[in-house]
Design a protein around this ligand. Structure first.
Ligand code: GDP
Ligand code: IMO
Ligand code: MG
Length: 427
């Protein structure tokens, strides 16, 4: 088992938090390797509900060491608020390790995220406005501040000074926003640094040592494959590598340790923010209302209503390829119990061509028309099912159909938000 990667196989919000929590009991470490507090992962267990943005979803287990690795971007205030929330809820955060190489989200990153979205107008990406893109931009431009910079006030101040030389004119001259003073930022961030210091660790070495000691690691992906900066629906993506490959870059662990890649997909599909979405159901369609209300499809981070659509098998097959999925978890199957019939997209029509894969060119994908197969619904409550054989025949057929199209075994099926509402089929 040494290392398993768990990734979103769609456009995020697939139920990664729930499945991470569920399988965490088998692991010693749960690691976030990319993204930041754009993520919103819901965990419901033992009557407690947690919405996590930065801290790995394995936090509910005492034996787990949660790690926020180098590939992430960290808003210190959000991190500390989350630590406080967990402590209040009775979960110890003492074991938490944070990489010194992770980049810090600065106040100007949040401002620039909002300003850039405003400038794009109707072409906006619909970001979470958490400063994620601008922070990764600075990382790539080699002018970012890292968590380790918090260990030395002089170094931190120098780097803030250098950054503000560039950021202040952009804020004031291009976007007509207020500038920052070095002191203003340092006063705020030095206070955060005091509290964050005890958690800082060389997480790459720490995780490699754990592997040498035969410990098991679960990498918890955030966002989803179609939001990946390289493999997603660019430019309507996030700014990190959320597919499985990101786990090794974002943690410093060697590829050879990874022997399982679990993709998470909803039994239908949602997307927040702008961008192409072939199987999207229009808002006034009754099916969209059912998915939104029964599925509770509102963002955990921003509260935005998610766009909803029918299961897109082309996308999940693509995710299987990009991530090298060995297993698939299908979540929210219970939400489909309302429908007489259920559609599954098996291909796209683009002009007079039929595509069985995601089209190579963006503008073709933007005009993709879904080709649907309609399957019978089961119209009964499945939230109490705990084995595959408990499911109604139509639900089993639906899962088998999805499995065939993805070419990956469906190992886990979720039939409700609680940890217990799960079928471990081949896990
Ligand atoms: P994540 O970002 O991938 O962790 O997913 P989110 O937490 O943003 O969204 C998933 C939502 O679906 C959360 O509200 C979960 O509690 C809920 N959920 C997860 N699995 C199931 C399921 O099988 N059935 C139902 N009804 N809800 C689920
Ligand atoms: P989890 O981990 C769904 C989307 C945003 C936007 C795009 C870029 O909960 O699945 P960003 O703020 O990252 O620059 O926004 O990515 N997005 C998500 N959508 N779930 C998420 O995380 C997301 N994180 C970012 O809506 O379209
Ligand atoms: Mg989410």
């Amino acid at each position: 088992m040494p290392a398993t990667v768990l990734v979103g196989a769609q456009w995020g919000d697939e139920g990664k938090g729930k499945i991470t929590d569920l399988i965490s009991s088998d692991f010693d470490y749960v690691v976030r390797y990319q993204g930041g507090n754009n993520a919103g992962h819901t965990v419901i267990a033992d009557g407690k509900k947690l919405a996590l943005h930065l801290i790995p979803s394995g936090i509910m287990y005492d034996h787990i060491t949660p790690v926020i690795a180098n590939g992430t971007v960290i808003d210190p205030k959000v991190l500390l608020d989350e630590i406080d929330m967990l402590e209040r809820e009775g979960f110890s955060t003492e074991r938490l390790k944070i990489s010194g190489n992770a980049h810090i989200i600065m106040p100007y990153h949040r401002d620039l995220d909002g300003a850039s979205e405003h400038r794009l107008g109707k072409n906006e990406i619909g970001t979470t406005l958490r400063g994620i893109g601008p922070c990764y931009q600075d990382k790539a431009a080699r002018i970012g501040l890292r968590i380790q910079d918090m260990l030395d006030e002089d170094i931190f101040r120098e780097k803030v000074e250098a950054a503000l030389v560039e950021k202040n004119p952009i804020l004031s001259k291009i976007y007509k926003l207020p500038e920052y003073t070095v002191e203003q930022i340092c006063d705020e961030y030095f206070a955060y640094a005091k509290r964050i210091k005890p958690y800082i660790e060389e997480t790459g070495r720490f995780l490699n040592e754990a592997l040498n000691n035969k410990k098991n690691i679960l990498f918890e992906g955030a966002q989803g494959t179609l939001l990946d900066i390289d493999h997603g629906t660019y430019p309507f993506v996030t700014s990190s590598s959320c597919s499985a490959g990101g786990s090794v870059i974002g943690s410093g662990v060697g590829i050879k340790h990874i022997n399982r890649v679990l993709g998470i997909a909803k039994a239908y599909i949602t997307r927040v923010g702008a961008g192409p979405f072939p199987t999207e159901i229009s808002l006034d369609d009754e099916a969209s209302k059912i998915l939104t209300e029964v599925g509770g499809e509102y963002g955990v981070t921003t509260g935005r209503k998610r766009r909803t659509g029918w299961y897109d098998a082309v996308i999940v097959k693509y995710a299987a390829e990009v991530n090298g999925l060995t297993d698939l978890a299908i979540t929210k199957l219970d939400v489909l119990s309302e429908f007489d019939t259920i559609k599954v997209c098996t291909a796209y029509k683009c002009g007079d061509r039929t595509y069985n894969t995601v089209p190579e060119h963006q503008s073709i994908f933007h005009h993709a028309e879904p080709v649907y197969t309609e399957l019978p619904g089961w119209k009964s409550d499945i939230t109490g099912c705990r084995s595959f054989y408990d499911l109604p025949r139509e639900a089993k057929d639906y899962i088998d159909f999805i499995e065939d199209l993805a070419g990956v075994k469906v190992s886990i099926i979720a039939v409700g938000p609680d940890r217990e509402q799960t079928i471990l089929r081949r896990w």
